[in-house]
Design a protein around this ligand. Structure first.
Ligand code: NI
Length: 364
């Protein structure tokens, strides 16, 4: 059997060259044309069956082993972020205003390297590996589009795997948890309408700013008073907009924010209390309210058996690896949509290197 760790070491220069090239040429969601082109070219060269242009820029490749076995889907996201790079690295972004600030350049490089390693043992490989290079993970619905394009059929995978480089965790560590691993997410926006007027004649107005601020305060009680202290949830108001000047009470106000949750009953409670609070507090202050809640992604839920196995495998393949099997996050991931349909495991690979000052947060 191949020594995967040694083989990865042998391919280190190849992986680094790929990663730095992707880093120099970042592309945001659904525009990953150059990136996808390199992915397809590399995989075709290996003799894999490659399909490009799935959900705009997605690439899917099949590696069929010579022995019978299950189909396993490996997913790698490809998109960068609208961030100005100020790292001064020699491989810094050549596109001003766009940067691989989340590590997806590394994911693509890892995906190609893994394909190369598994292709070398094709004769001994039981089953089929389906490589999925996905566009637009950063809140643009790339996974949803790929599922709609049929990525979970022909052949249908029995398991899914995905990883994220993680800069909150040191190099040499792998982190995951069986069960709910990353939070589900929803967005909300609230429009409050009152009656505008003179700032010095408030009694003739209906002030939407008063209603907005009371709603912001009241929303804080959802997590502290409606959710069990043994469960986790987030209600964050991240946007507030009302008024233009000093002496005019505005006609309307707008709030926006995000909800995070793991359990379905917590999600239901967040939605209900949000609706109740917005409607009743607005009414108390004589405003009309309009609430819109948009479901974004479900939680990432790791299959227990698969995840336990992954922990054991990591220890057997990588010498001196530190396995943290209780790592949970409130951030969210659209891989959740694939894992909702096919049992899988999502895990984090430590990438922080504090000695070299390489431990900035994601999206920094
Ligand atoms: Ni990311």
């Amino acid at each position: 059997m191949i020594d995967f760790f040694q083989e990865a070491q042998n391919l280190f220069e190849f992986t680094r060259m790929l990663r730095r090239d992707f880093h120099r040429h970042p592309e945001i969601g659904f525009t990953e044309i150059r990136t996808a082109g390199i992915v397809a070219r590399e995989l075709v060269q290996m003799g894999l069956e490659v399909t490009s242009g799935i959900a705009e820029t997605g690439v899917v490749a099949l590696l069929e082993g010579s022995k019978p076995g299950p189909v396993v889907l490996l997913r790698f996201d490809m998109d960068a972020l609208p961030v100005f790079e100020e790292t001064g690295a020699e491989y810094t972004s050549l596109t001003p205003g766009i940067m691989h600030a989340c590590g997806h350049d590394g994911h693509v490089a890892i995906g190609i390297t893994v394909a190369r390693m598994l292709n070398e043992i094709r004769d001994d490989l039981p089953g089929t590996v389906k490589f999925v290079f996905q566009p637009a993970e950063e809140g643009q619905g790339g996974a949803e589009r790929m599922i709609k394009a049929g990525v979970l059929n022909n052949p249908a995978p029995a398991h899914t795997l995905a990883l994220h480089l993680w800069n909150e965790m040191p190099v040499g560590t792998v982190g995951f948890v069986p069960g709910a691993m990353m939070a589900g997410a929803a967005l909300f926006s609230i429009k409050l309408t009152g009656r505008g007027g003179h700032g010095a004649i408030p009694d003739q107005t209906i002030d939407p700013i008063i209603a907005a601020t009371q709603i912001v305060s009241a929303l804080q009680t959802i997590v502290s008073r409606n959710i069990s202290p043994m469960q986790s949830a987030v209600v964050s108001v991240t946007y507030i907009k009302a008024g233009e000047t000093y002496n005019v009470i505005p006609q309307s106000a707008e709030l926006r924010g995000t909800l995070r949750f793991f359990e379905p009953e917590v999600k239901a409670k967040l939605f209900i209390r949000l609706e109740q609070i917005v409607e009743s507090v607005a009414k108390t202050f004589e405003c009309q309210s309009e609430l819109k809640i948009t479901d974004l992604t479900p939680p990432v839920v790791n299959d227990i058996e698969l995840t336990t196995r992954l922990g054991r495998l990591a220890e057997s393949v990588v010498p001196d690896i530190k396995v943290d099997s209780s790592y949970r996050l409130m951030v969210s991931e659209d891989m959740a949509l694939m894992m909702e349909q096919v049992p899988g495991c999502y895990f984090l690979v430590g990438s922080a290197n504090p000695e070299k000052g390489l431990n900035y947060g994601h999206h920094h």
